[in-house]
Design a binder for this molecule. Sequence first.
Ligand SMILES: CCCCC/C=C\C/C=C\C/C=C\C/C=C\C/C=C\C=C\C(=O)SCCNC(=O)CCNC(=O)[C@H](O)C(C)(C)COP(=O)(O)OP(=O)(O)OC[C@H]1O[C@@H](n2cnc3c(N)ncnc32)[C@H](O)[C@@H]1OP(=O)(O)O
Ligand SMILES: Cc1cc2nc3c(=O)[nH]c(=O)nc-3n(C[C@H](O)[C@H](O)[C@H](O)COP(=O)(O)OP(=O)(O)OC[C@H]3O[C@@H](n4cnc5c(N)ncnc54)[C@H](O)[C@@H]3O)c2cc1C
Length: 652
Amino acid sequence: MDAVNKVINEDLQKERDKCKFNVAELTAFLDGGDKFTQKRREKENRVFSIQGLRDAVPDEYMSHKERYENAVRKAVIMHQTLGTLEDKTLTEYETARLALRATTSSAIFKENSPLMLHYSMFANVIEGQGDEKQREYWLKKINNMEIIGTYAQTELGHGTFIRGLETTAEYDPKTEEFVLNSPKLTAYKWWPGGLAHTANHCVVMAHTYSQGKSCGIQPFMVQIRDLETNMPMKGVKLGEIGAKLGFNTVNNGFLGFENHRIPRDRMLMKNSQILKDGTFISSPNSKLTYGTMVYIRVSILGTMANTLGRAVTIATRYAAVRRQSQPKPNEPEPQILDYVTQQHKLFIGIASSHAYYISCFWLWTLYHRVTKELAVGNMDNLAELHALACCLKATTSADAAVLVERCRLACGGHGYMLSSNLPQIYANVTAANTYEGENTVMLLQTARALVKAGMQVAQGQKVSPSMAYLADQSKMAKWDSSVDGIVKGFQKVAAGKVAACLASLQRHTNNGQSAEDAWNLTSVQLVAASEAHARVILLSVFKSEMDVQTLTLSGETRTVLFQLVQLYTIYWALEKVGDLLLPTTTTTYSVSICDTAMRCDGWMDETSLFEKSTIQTSARTGIAGLVLSGLVYDSAVYPELVHQSLTSWPLQ
Ligand SMILES: CCCCC/C=C\C/C=C\C/C=C\C/C=C\C/C=C\C=C\C(=O)SCCNC(=O)CCNC(=O)[C@H](O)C(C)(C)COP(=O)(O)OP(=O)(O)OC[C@H]1O[C@@H](n2cnc3c(N)ncnc32)[C@H](O)[C@@H]1OP(=O)(O)O
Ligand SMILES: Cc1cc2nc3c(=O)[nH]c(=O)nc-3n(C[C@H](O)[C@H](O)[C@H](O)COP(=O)(O)OP(=O)(O)OC[C@H]3O[C@@H](n4cnc5c(N)ncnc54)[C@H](O)[C@@H]3O)c2cc1C
């Protein structure tokens, strides 16, 4: 194995040798500084040097049970190894940054660890929902692995609709206990990772009752298995939900309760409380109970950056070493990377991975600020954080799934082999379209905020910073093909779509529809408006953060990073060319088609993105001009970017 690793493919080496920027500098930039690169490498070297973490047999040749047991075995070694490397001197931000750039877990578990939920949601829900005493008591046990936990929210009957959860927790003041029940099969918890055989505790989200009244959905710490025998506790029914597209070593399970009693202090009481006599003290904001989901949605951006980065690294390296066809007689077969179509498939993956990292750190900073504000009772920015986390989680996971699949296809038949790891990466990334808030539902959450902001703008009121552009659309009349200009174009598109949603909602309610039906009838447009808003944020944050963060970097590294920004922006301009050019369709389509298109897409009552007089020329001199001038398809730009992919990824 080691001997094989030492021989680097000649073509790959040649590509690396062409690199014009300092790889170490770029790596440190992505890690957040040399100190972090060093820490990450220390972790990786330690983990990858452990023989016991290598699979004797490829996962796919094991039975389901063997795979699970192998994953548990590795999870234990990983915990023992990484536990000793924990650095208590790091701030919370630094720890998160390091965790987001970590590559160890994905290298060891193709289908994720059975402790995944323990480390992510279980620990965070205690942190965010437990009162001081509960945090002190439980977090110690969690960090020492004295207990293993998961997050049990979704039920067989309801995933998206949390208020519809059917598990009940009824307070009994006589014994000062809660009684947990799953009244129907649809009330069974369904999906929590590690629940099937691994976890002995979990946080259960349950519809809570006291003094005969509903107290809403509240979180409870519940012991589900005996710590010695690992058998279910009395009144607890547990099992595994079955084989899945991926996540097969995550050990997703089901859980039902039959009069299972837990002490009063097992309700996590940071936000809401039930006193001994059963008096309910309501949270200052019921959505604080959903805080853990916001945290994970933010971290999903980083997970998508990592996962897509792995896929595009595999596919770009393959493209460097694979030779195919003979366009010029008597010449050797070219590396497939030299085909511009291949570059077009792959480089957007490289650019997107970087865009997601940058956006994740940006959003993480906002998350951190809002968390601090919430701690002192200030809820002003919670809605904005939620709106951003929802649309960015949805858009990055949806794009990442498309781009990972593209990487798989870019490897031809070999991408279909499990040994390429691309099918497993796809299974991981597509899961994020569903978990932690199904993507359409998440986009509709952001749409709620956009519609509200649209109405505020119409009334001349101030809106949240990330939506302020909705109020600022009169200024842009001409197409500007710079990155900032394209971002403005996207703002115009998003504002147009929001305005169309408002018009559609109004039209339906004027026609006698209820507000709910009007919302449903407008929902395809609402999803489109929300996605357009996410594009505005991703494009503008990538550019503006790069402007600021790269100031201290060398010229070569800045150049390559700004090429990524440029590529990302132009790629999306071309993908959404219809939206950006929609006003020009007046000159080409019949009035009725145009009318329908504009009604659907929001330009009916809008000032045109391009002034009427420039409409006919805009298609040539604007975005189409970018294509004609070869900015996107110019192979003089792409080879620069090749070096980026071949040399900058940490696991080279
Ligand atoms: C950050 C960096 C940290 C670094 C960490 C490093 C590494 C981390 C490592 C790995 C983690 C990465 C990923 C993997 C982890 C785990 C994945 C595996 C498992 C997955 C687990 C799960 O899936 S758990 C279950 C998740 N379930 C959901 O997400 C359910 C989705 N549904 C909902 O959220 C809600 O039901 C709803 C939002 C769709 C609707 O809620 P409802 O009560 O019905 O609300 P309304 O629609 O009526 O809205 C009322 C108002 O409340 C606002 N709102 C809703 N939610 C929130 C919220 N969370 N916060 C704030 N505000 C919210 C809503 O907008 C409404 O506002 P208005 O009334 O003003 O309009
Ligand atoms: C790999 C994986 C791991 C998971 N891990 C966990 C875990 O550890 N703990 C846990 O509690 N849960 C977990 N889940 C569950 C996950 O959170 C839910 O699957 C998710 O919230 C979606 O809920 P659902 O499956 O009920 O889908 P549904 O909500 O039934 O969605 C089905 C379809 O209906 C549409 N839809 C639903 N509501 C609306 C609406 N209001 N408007 C428009 N369209 C709508 C959706 O867009 C979707 O197309 C996991 C799921 C997966 C796939």
